[in-house]
Design a protein around this ligand. Structure first.
Ligand SMILES: NC(=O)c1ccc[n+]([C@@H]2O[C@H](COP(=O)([O-])OP(=O)(O)OC[C@H]3O[C@@H](n4cnc5c(N)ncnc54)[C@H](O)[C@@H]3O)[C@@H](O)[C@H]2O)c1
Length: 443
């Protein structure tokens, strides 16, 4: 699915119009195609609980880093350990690190700030400094988006400092091309631990992943990406899409399950298809039935809510009850920026997708015994068939009103799912991360 505006401005006439009319000029985002995770050096700064261990963590991930800035050198990433900041005055240390090096950030570069969540700070000053990081990251992300660069914040809980590798690999690499201005929390649900994958090239080897709505769009990209990382895929979709689903599952050596997830017997039927157990469950299936509230039909309200959150809850409960989600499992819900920012004509969808957030946050606290993590991704504007039903004006705005001036690709959401699924992300639970290029249509 292409963004026509972006392809039109790529030619010389388009570039001439962009320059002379001051039109948005979306950068070409780099996406990971294999090989090294980070092509270049990451400059480290700050002073806190991660400062000593960061070079080794990055080295073990095959990422080159230094804490000595060299004039004129381009850096692919800038990582600042802000966990030691304890007052409003301390915040100047961020400025002192970043200002001199901002011009040295490569295109499609990455800024990652590491901090401590406010509920874990011990003084008022530390609370101010640590909460300020969110404003810093969201603002700097807006400054660097024009060349495809991103900025994100990771709040690392005390004791979880050793569990940040998978998150740094994701946020520093081209896998996170459309993840921007986000706050990730590592270790904030007690009782979990990360496990380094045995094979970093195939971190999901030996894992079984169920992806609902897998025949097309985001679900198909998730199936492909989880398969790339070594997982065996069980794709699920509605019976009318059986042929498309079978084609994809044949390509991926996977297995098809055709069922409407809202059917009364769907939980039992899905459980019966997973008798050997499952490691990763991605509740991706979703629909829209947009109407202003004054025109909303009860059946369209009920269907949207049931597909998005009612059915995922019933299916997960059944899988947990039957013990089919294995030790170290992953449950991943798909929310939407509509569930965070709200959207005109989407009271049903916005409610349902906000409900997904409530569901994962509640469930995350109840599955720690088996080290099962529960998280959500909230996609923004991603180029799939679903968004083709959005009126053209809103669609164009959806693309351009992001810090990266474009819509995302299905693989951007899929990479975020693969990051949650990675064994190294075993200490990440109860998170809701937007894959939206810092777009906030509706806010
Ligand atoms: N594309 C976006 O910009 C965007 C933005 C935010 C959230 N999302 C969410 O991401 C998910 C995937 O979206 P997409 O754009 O790929 O949509 P899509 O319409 O291309 O694909 C959705 C898939 O879900 C399946 N599905 C729908 N109802 C089902 C049911 N009852 N039982 C089983 N399968 C069912 C469909 O058959 C389809 O294959 C959805 O949850 C959607 O709400 C998408």
């Amino acid at each position: 699915m292409s963004d026509r505006y972006q392809s039109l401005i790529q030619n010389p006439v388009g570039q001439f119009l962009v320059k002379n009319l001051g039109l948005p000029n979306p950068p070409e985002l780099r996406r990971w195609k294999g090989g090294r995770l980070v092509d270049g050096t990451v400059l480290l700064g700050g002073n806190g609980d991660l400062t000593k261990s960061l070079p080794t963590i990055l080295k073990n991930s095959g990422i080159e880093s230094t804490n000595v800035r060299a004039d004129g050198k381009r850096y692919q990433g800038l990582v600042f350990d802000a966990t030691g900041l304890e007052s409003a005055e301390d915040l100047v240390k961020i400025q002192e690190f970043f200002t001199p090096v901002m011009r040295q950030l490569a295109s499609c570069g990455r800024i990652v700030v590491l901090g401590r969540a406010v509920n874990e700070t011990k003084t008022t000053g530390a609370a101010i400094a640590q909460r300020a990081l969110e404003g810093f990251v969201r603002s700097v992300a807006k400054e660097i988006g024009a060349n495809g660069s991103t900025a994100n914040l990771v709040y690392v809980s005390k004791g979880a400092e050793k569990d940040v590798a998978s998150t740094l690999e994701f946020l520093l690499s081209a896998k996170s091309a459309f993840v921007d201005g986000q706050v990730v929390r590592v270790g904030h649900v007690a009782g979990l631990a990360a496990v380094a994958p045995a094979d970093s090239a195939k971190p999901l080897a030996g894992k079984v992943a169920l992806v609902t709505g897998a025949s097309r769009g985001l679900g198909a990209a998730m199936a492909r990406t989880l398969h790339r990382d070594g997982a065996t895929i069980i794709g699920l979709d509605i019976p009318p899409l059986a042929e498309d689903l079978d084609t994809l599952m044949n390509e991926l050596d996977g297995r098809s399950v055709t069922v409407d997830i809202t059917a009364d017997d769907a939980p039992a039927e899905i459980a019966a298809a997973l008798t050997d157990g499952v490691d990763i469950v991605v509740h991706n299936a979703g629909i829209t039935r947009d109407k202003r509230l004054k025109n909303m039909k009860p059946e369209n309200w009920a269907k949207v809510v049931d597909v998005s959150v009612g059915a995922p809850q019933r299916i997960t409960d059944e899988l947990l009850k039957q013990g089919l989600i294995r030790e170290g499992g992953r449950v991943i819900g798909i929310s939407s920026i509509a569930g965070i920012a709200g959207n005109n004509g989407q009271t049903n969808y916005g409610s349902a997708k906000a409900g997904v957030i409530g569901w994962v946050q509640d469930l995350a606290a109840r599955t720690t015994e088996k080290n099962i993590t529960v998280n959500a991704i909230a996609p923004g504007f991603i180029e799939t068939e679903m968004v083709q039903t959005i009126p053209i004006g809103i669609r164009t705005a959806g693309r351009l009103l992001s810090s990266l001036s474009q819509g995302g690709q299905p693989v951007d959401v899929a990479e975020a799912i693969a990051w949650y699924a990675n064994p190294g992300s075993g200490n990440i639970s109860g998170n809701v991360v937007r894959v939206c290029g810092q777009g906030f249509l509706g806010a």
